[in-house]
Design a protein around this ligand. Structure first.
Ligand code: UD1
Length: 418
């Protein structure tokens, strides 16, 4: 298993290109199931989660032309050999549950393993299932699988109890092929939903309102192929900006607009950083030690839960004490004991962590527990004195394309140990 060795203490300086967004690419690749024609995607990040997605699509019978090393993928779901997403793949990547909506809508049937719990919480899929039922799906749970059937889905009002990202994506894809109009209410407003709607529109879907609470979809009898470029990864960008800030440097990320990250940029400013906002780039200039700043994670446009761990890393060396409240996932503080091993002073009370800034962190061996948690360990390793070795970085490889290479271009002393 690969590990990452970091010798901390260097201020990071320079420019990195942001990869395509993992969380946008995943549902978009599954949306290719809605058409029998070729769907071509560009700027697809070369990541473990994407390889899992392509494997699953391949198992179903989709023709996969994998140009991932050039960040291109071409998919054609002319006919499927199987309508079953098995446990061995779904359990490795919960997001594969968004295969349900498109498979059901186009083929009238889908059998998808229940993903089960995961490290950052229970993560049920009840909102996905209720949403699909509103479109006329018959759903049964059997031996750990969801069985969904519908001759043809029928458009309807779908009010979500909570603006779940995955449920909005699943139901949006299903509604694109349903008969008649659907009105999705209390939808997630994340930029990834907007990118999915753009990809669906490129296939001929009729959608309006994405990025707001209400999305209106006029279902089509069929959709055609498309050529779509995935948007830039806002969480990857935020992670590199945090690295620049925390190490006392200045970093420019290119390949995404600032609007997708405004809640995070505002908090960096409150903590004393100077931010440059461009149409296709963001810059951060650290102006001395960060100042303690409180955050509460919320659905978009609030502070993203996927940046909570990285922001906490910045706060470990801030002046003063900050409160970090996690309202989206339970059990998303697994990075805390690891950060404390570097000398961070963090106490957890319920869903809030109190982080008292310390003057120095000291390198130590650490273990990654989930994707964003592993990023937070790397960040603290970059500022800790001496050597930090992070093991189990397969978590990191699920969501960051060539992270260590990009960090080296910013001047970090980091290497992957095989
Ligand atoms: C997506 C992102 C993830 C991000 C999260 C919140 C992908 C692949 N993953 O995850 O990185 O952290 O959005 O921005 O895009 N919930 C239910 N029932 C459901 C669905 C969700 O109770 O049917 C709960 C979850 O347990 C969680 C909350 O709702 O507590 C938010 O989940 P959701 O927005 O669905 O996140 P994901 O789509 O899983």
């Amino acid at each position: 298993m690969d590990r990452m060795r970091i010798r901390g203490g260097r201020p990071l300086k320079g420019t990195v290109q942001v990869s395509g967004a993992k969380n946008s690419a995943l549902p978009i690749l599954f949306s290719s199931l809605l058409s029998g024609q070729e769907c071509r995607y560009r700027r697809v990040p070369n990541l473990q989660d994407i390889r899992t997605t392509l494997k699953l699509l391949g198992q179903l019978g989709v023709q996969v032309d994998d140009g991932l090393t050039q960040n291109r993928v071409s998919l054609r779901a002319e006919k499927l050999d199987s309508l079953e997403a098995t446990y061995d793949l779904v359990r490795t990547m919960r997001a594969s549950v968004v295969v349900l909506g498109p498979m059901l809508a186009r083929f009238g049937q889908a059998k998808v393993s229940l993903p089960g719990g995961c490290a950052i919480g229970a993560r049920p899929i009840n909102f996905h299932l209720t949403g699909l039922e509103r479109l006329g799906a018959e759903i049964e749970l059997e031996s750990g699988y969801v069985l969904a059937r519908a001759k043809r889905l029928v458009g309807n009002r779908v009010p979500f109890e909570f603006p779940s990202v995955g449920a909005t994506e699943n139901v949006l894809m299903a509604a694109a092929l349903a008969k008649g109009e659907s009105l999705l209410e209390n939808c997630a407003k994340e930029p990834e939903i907007v990118d999915l709607a753009r990809a669906l529109r490129a296939m001929g879907a009729e959608i309006e309102g994405e990025g707001t609470e209400t999305i209106r979809v006029q279902g089509k009898d069929s959709l055609h192929g498309c050529d779509h470029e995935i948007m830039g990864d806002r969480i990857e960008a935020g992670t590199f900006l945090a690295a620049g800030f925390l190490t006392g440097g200045s970093v420019r990320v290119e390949g995404l607009g600032w609007e997708h990250l405004e809640a995070v940029l505002g908090k960096f400013e409150e903590s004393g950083a100077r931010i440059g906002r461009g149409e296709n780039h963001i810059e951060i200039f650290s102006q001395g030690k960060p100042k303690a700043t409180d955050i509460t994670t919320l659905p978009f446009p609030g502070f993203p839960t996927d940046m909570q761990a990285q922001f906490m890393s910045v706060m470990t060396v801030a002046e003063g004490a900050s409160m970090i409240s996690e309202t989206i996932f339970e059990n998303r503080f697994m990075h805390v004991p690891e950060l404390c091993r570097l000398g961070a002073d963090i106490t957890i009370r319920g869903n809030t962590a109190v982080v008292r800034g310390v003057s120095t962190l000291v390198g130590a061996p650490l273990m990654a527990t989930d994707l964003r948690a592993s990023a937070s360990l790397i960040l603290c390793g970059l500022v800790a004195s001496g050597e930090t070795e992070v093991s189990r970085i397969y978590h990191l490889d699920r969501g960051y394309e060539s992270m260590e290479k990009k960090l080296v271009t910013l001047g970090a002393d980091i290497e992957r140990l095989k």
